[in-house]
Ligand binder design. Structure first.
Ligand code: PRP
Ligand code: MN
Ligand code: MG
Length: 183
């Protein structure tokens, strides 16, 4: 068994389901931006790293990649609403088509803040691809053009998503056993 086998309550999205969803989302984005030679992916550290890497390789259009690091959660399991830039974009994005790559939209506060920030940089367009969303819990209205899965309002880990910085490397999305939180 893997080291995490006894820490996972159940799997929400399997590795296979993630793989085919990545391909499906990448196909949609590739066809929507087929005539664009300036597509810029903006991945949000750290959670989006796995998705960004898979998504970029599944696209059939050329891209440039930027990463931003924002933090709103720290080690807590719910959002504080406070967003800080830990790492900014390195290049000039004005006139570029931006696709923001996220792992999950929870309260929506992180992305809401980021979209306003990016709009201020005068890009040609900004759209969002997110692997996951928890429906009904957004505290702000977020336009997500490319969505992987709606999932139940539970704390999930894996495929980039962490609990106290752990479990990001799990190849699937799952829920931890309650005892993990009590350690
Ligand atoms: C998580 C997740 C999203 C954000 C979603 O990031 O990766 O970026 O929270 O939550 P929200 O919609 O309520 O704002 P986190 O701040 O935990 O940082 P991380 O990506 O480094 O884990
Ligand atoms: Mn994140
Ligand atoms: Mg986190």
């Amino acid at each position: 068994d893997s080291w995490y086998a006894d820490q996972i309550e159940r799997t929400i999205i399997t590795e296979d389901e993630l793989r085919s969803k990545v391909a499906e989302l990448a196909d949609r984005v590739s066809s929507d931006f087929a005539d664009t030679d300036e597509l810029l992916l903006v991945g949000v550290f750290k959670g989006a790293v796995m998705f960004m890497a898979d998504f970029a390789r599944a696209l059939s259009v050329p891209v440039k990649m930027e990463f931003m690091a924002l933090s709103s959660y720290g080690n807590a399991t719910s959002s504080s609403g406070t967003v800080r830039i830990l790492k900014d974009i390195d290049s000039d994005v004005s006139g570029k088509h931006i696709v923001v790559v996220e792992d999950i939209i929870d309260s929506g506060l992180t992305l809401s803040w980021l979209l306003k920030y990016l709009d201020g940089l005068n890009p040609e367009s900004v759209s969002v691809v997110s692997m996951l969303r928890k429906p009904g819990v957004q505290r702000v209205d977020i336009p997500i053009k490319y969505l992987g899965f709606d999932i139940p309002n539970e704390f999930v880990v894996g495929y980039g998503l962490d609990y106290a910085e752990r479990y990001r490397e799990l190849p699937f999305i799952g829920v931890l056993k309650p005892q993990v939180y009590q350690r």
